[in-house]
Design a protein around this ligand. Sequence first.
Ligand SMILES: O=c1ccn([C@H]2C[C@H](O)[C@@H](COP(=O)(O)O)O2)c(=O)[nH]1
Ligand SMILES: [Zn+2]
Length: 213
Amino acid sequence: MTSNGFKSKSSPPQLTPLINCKRQAYLHWEDYFMATAVLSAQRSKDPVTQVGAVIVNEDNRIVAIGYNGFPSRCEDDEFPWYKASEIEDLLEEDQQLDPMNDKKMFVVHAEANAILNKNCANLKGTRIFTTLFPCNECAKLIVQSGITKVYYISDKYAEKPIYRASRLMFARAGIECIPYVPRQKKIVIDFERILNEDAANLNLSQEMANVKL
Ligand SMILES: O=c1ccn([C@H]2C[C@H](O)[C@@H](COP(=O)(O)O)O2)c(=O)[nH]1
Ligand SMILES: [Zn+2]
């Protein structure tokens, strides 16, 4: 107690762990974000290219997520999941190729969906993790949103003018594009193993309870 009757400020208790038993195989932040993008892509119904995107702020918090799909209330089974050019061979001689019969007319891209789904006021200074290098339309949105880094896995369309336009915009806007190199090459989600482990633990604790009785 001090002379004025208040408790003196004591220093916080010291804690020194005896051993370091931290799990070593934990996911590093960037693998975690890209893996989340890959998982999100699994929601896509596009039969050719499934894309997932995750946006992360400076505190490593996920602030947005998306995948490629049709707009809300536009039913997956009512709109085409192919390109007009892909069905050319199926047309009868008297049938015309209808440009409306093409997924590109309707699909909302993964990056655009993520940007639209953001759960924060703005995306200034954030990073985007996307499974496919962004097209020019997504690049425009990325630049305008204030995203500063683009991590990507596939760059399979790099030579197409659309994607060259993205690169040009990113370069001019000072946005860094980083081909993603995972630390952990394989991440497996094995629900069966988790359920089996749970069941095994339950059996073990029941057996131990029986021994005590
Ligand atoms: O920036 C992009 C570019 C493309 N996508 C989506 C749009 C389509 O659903 C597929 C591409 O289909 P392909 O048959 O491989 O052309 O990818 C996207 O989400 N973001
Ligand atoms: Zn796009």
